[in-house]
Design a protein around this ligand. Structure first.
Ligand code: F6R
Length: 252
C-alpha cells in the first residue's frame, strides 16, 4: 500500500524490473510482459520509460501482450488501445514492432454476420500466440470499479478465453471520460483476453488507485467471483497488488 498513485507506479515498475531481471539475466531469455490500458497504468509506463532510458530494462528483450482492444476502432484512432500503447509506452522505448501484440479489434470489410466467426478465429490465434511464445511471465492489470479485469465483466467465467465481450453500462460510463474530445463514443463491444488467459500468467501485478476502486478491491478479496471477476484471481497465479491508500481504505 503506497501513499499515492506516483508511489504505486514506482513500486509496480520495480516489480516489473525485478521479474524482468530474474528471467532475462540467467537465461538470456525474452520477458513476456502482459499490459493494460486505462488511466491507472500511465504513471507506471512513465516509470518503465525511465528504466529503459537508464538502461535497467532493455525493451528489445521484452515481448508484450495487451489485454484488450475496442471492437471497431482503427489502430490509429485516438481512442484505440493500440494508439494508447504507442502514445504512452511503445514510442518511448526501443521495442521492435514485431514484439508488440494487441488483440485485433478492427475488421472494416466484414458483414456483421461473418464478423463473429472471423473474430473468433483471431481470438484463438491470440491465445495460440501466447502459448507459442512461452506464456506471459507477468501480466500488469488494472481493475474496473465493478471488479472487471481486462474487459471480463461480472458473470465472466473462470475458464473464459479471448473473445468478443459486451461492455456493461458502468464500464462505458467509466470510460466516457477518455472520449470527451473524440469523434465517437465508447464502443459497446471489445475483444478481451479471458480470466483463464490472465490466471495462467506466471505472475500477475494488479494496480489500483483512488477511492472509486475501494469496493472492487474489497470484493476481489472477500467477494463472490460471479459478481466481482477480479475475485477469480484468488485461484490463479501469484498476484502482486499495488494500491494507494485511498483505494485500500475499505480493506483496512
Ligand atoms: C484496460 C483494461 C481495464 C482497465 C480497468 C481500469 O486494458 O482491461 O480492465 O484496467 O477498466 O481502468 P482505469 O485504470 O482507467 O481505472
Amino acid at each position: 500500500v503506497s501513499k499515492d498513485s506516483v508511489q504505486v507506479a514506482v513500486e509496480a515498475s520495480n516489480i516489473v524490473e525485478r521479474l524482468y531481471k530474474a528471467k532475462t539475466r540467467p537465461e538470456k531469455a525474452c520477458f513476456n510482459l502482459g499490459l493494460a490500458t486505462g488511466g491507472t497504468p500511465v504513471l507506471t509506463y512513465q516509470e518503465l520509460i525511465k528504466k529503459s532510458r537508464h538502461g535497467s530494462i532493455d525493451f528489445s528483450r521484452i515481448e508484450t501482450f495487451n489485454l484488450d482492444e475496442y471492437l471497431g476502432l482503427h489502430p490509429t484512432h485516438d481512442q484505440s488501445y493500440a494508439h494508447f500503447m504507442n502514445h504512452n509506452l511503445f514510442s518511448h522505448v526501443p521495442i521492435p514492432s514485431s514484439s508488440i501484440h494487441i488483440p485485433k479489434g478492427y475488421f472494416p470489410d466484414l458483414e456483421e454476420s461473418s464478423l463473429d466467426d472471423v473474430v473468433k478465429k483471431e481470438c484463438e490465434e491470440y491465445e495460440k500466440l501466447i502459448v507459442h511464445k512461452g506464456g506471459v511471465d507477468l501480466w500488469l492489470i488494472g481493475i474496473g470499479r465493478n471488479g472487471h479485469i481486462a474487459f471480463n465483466e461480472p458473470g465472466s467465467s473462470k475458464s473464459s478465453r479471448t473473445r468478443i465481450v459486451e461492455l456493461t453500462k458502468d464500464t462505458i460510463e467509466a470510460n466516457t471520460r477518455f472520449f470527451t474530445d473524440s469523434d465517437c463514443s465508447v464502443p459497446s463491444r471489445a475483444v478481451s483476453v479471458g480470466i483463464g488467459t490472465i490466471c495462467e500468467a506466471r505472475e500477475i501485478l494488479l494496480i489500483a488507485t483512488g477511492a472509486n476502486k475501494q469496493q472492487a478491491l474489497y470484493d476481489m478479496v472477500f467477494g463472490e467471483p460471479e459478481h466481482c471477476p477480479a475475485a477469480w484471481l484468488r485461484g490463479g497465479a501469484p498476484v502482486h497488488v499495488c494500491v494507494d491508500e485511498s483505494a485500500f481504505a475499505k480493506l483496512e
